[in-house]
Design a protein. Structure first.
Length: 132
């Protein structure tokens, strides 16, 4: 792998609120930063159900991928941070509904809390198809 990493522009999302990039491409790999269930207009969803928060975080993840020219079939690794291990079955159900036939490697990490009181955050790595 040669060259410097390049930023993935995501104009239809809330810009990063810290010192990080929404996504970076290096070679054929696209690394997507953790996606909270914040709506693209910046409004919060922490008052919604766990399932609705997962749907929004997944929509954010898929939006970032789309801006990189990729879809769920290009994902190679997903890590989900969920508040409370009791939410694991609900996460599995919503995740499976959204991902369909795509089955990247995955980790689910129960955590005590997340920023803004959210119940889920999801980051990922995808592989772009070889050019040519």
């Amino acid at each position: 792998m040669t060259g410097l990493p390049t930023l993935i522009a995501v104009p239809n999302a809330l810009p990063p609120q810290g010192h990080y990039s929404m996504a970076i491409r290096h070679g054929s790999l696209v690394h997507v930063s953790g996606q909270l269930p914040i709506r693209p207009d910046g409004s919060h969803t922490a008052d919604l159900s766990f399932e609705d928060q997962v749907r929004q975080a997944m929509a954010n993840l898929l939006n970032v991928l789309a801006n990189a020219g990729l879809g769920p079939e290009h994902l190679v690794k997903v890590t989900a941070y969920i508040v409370g291990v009791a939410n694991w079955p609900a996460f599995n159900a919503v995740y499976g509904e959204i991902m369909g036939e795509a089955r990247p490697a995955r980790s689910v990490v129960p955590v005590p809390e997340l920023h803004y009181g959210y119940l889920v955050e999801i980051d990922a790595m995808a592989a772009a198809p070889e050019a040519g």
